[in-house]
Write a protein that binds this ligand. Sequence first.
Ligand SMILES: Cc1ncc(COP(=O)(O)O)c(C=O)c1O
Length: 372
Amino acid sequence: MTVSQPLQQIDRTYVRYQGRKLSYFAGCDYFRLASHPKVLRAVAQGLKKYGLNVSASRLTTGNHRIYELLEVQLARFFGVESATLTSNGYAPNLLVAQALAGQYSHALMDERAHGSLIDAAQLLDCPVLKFKHRDAGDLARILQRLGGIKPIILTDGMFSHDGSIAPIQDYLRLLPPQGMLLLDDAHGAGILGRNGKGTPEHARVNRKQIIQTVTLSKAFGVYGGAVLGRRALKAAIIARSRLFVGNTPLPLPLAFAAITAIALLRSDGKLRSRLTRNTEKLKARLHAAGFPVENNASPIVPLVPRDHREATLIRRKLLAVAIHPPFIRYPGGPKHGYFRFVISSEHTSGQLESLEKVLLSLSQGGENARTS
Ligand SMILES: Cc1ncc(COP(=O)(O)O)c(C=O)c1O
């Protein structure tokens, strides 16, 4: 595997690629907050006011009132007792696992869980079993076979490879009272649910047995991550997570900008309604026209070519209508790679219509493109 070609952003929905200006349907900056003027201003102000870096763990001399303020705002946004900030979005699952090591008898993990959950499972100090992707029936069979266990279930909320959503309402029904659900909601946070609280809000479930982990680099457009849950969990993280104890928190200008991003998502109802409208418009029309895509609330449309020849054809067709071909190879996704289109709140009707047209021409033109 190699890293992808460097891309040059032109503005919020275009990139320069091979010398041309092309529509960009990739990345997970769903609201384009990474280039929002207020967020960028906050980064500059934060740098001027607070400096770059605390250069110490929060347990020593590296704590700062901006980190605490951000945690308060995150807890308020998601409606949870407490938030614990992490220096990136990969870390929250690891912090949780270090804090809870030895407390569960079995970790039951979706077979397509994100790498950070796979790594976290190794730290839980218990046997790890995989259940079939988004398959509550398989999970029920495993629970029944093992009988009387104290499990922790590990799953993504919204899966980034195809935008599908985990049936957490079914998982919670199966979970014994002493069990827990560790939900990596990197992609659901800010996106799913009436207020963007993520997969739990989308599924309308009680959070009592959920630990939700989120990133600040996708819907919030900045950087960093957080663990959302009970106050007791935060205390356990501070007491037992080596990663929390021994790691410098994220740079202060980013923490300051994340507070602005949260405020924008809370107050600017148009951002969320534009994303919903763009997603609904494109996915409903593709679905109605027979394009193989789930008509759900996630702003991701995957397209899996049958082989290398078909991938080249799709790439050519996209370039012909000035759309950057978002071909990716990523663990958890189809083995030989696929196209993953990500819709944002900032794409114009024109951009969405041209994507719709080309996708429909691909599915009707005999290329047999299909989703994973
Ligand atoms: C499901 C999931 N969890 C965690 C992460 C890590 O987040 P970050 O890239 O912000 O560190 C990602 C990032 O791609 C992700 O898709």
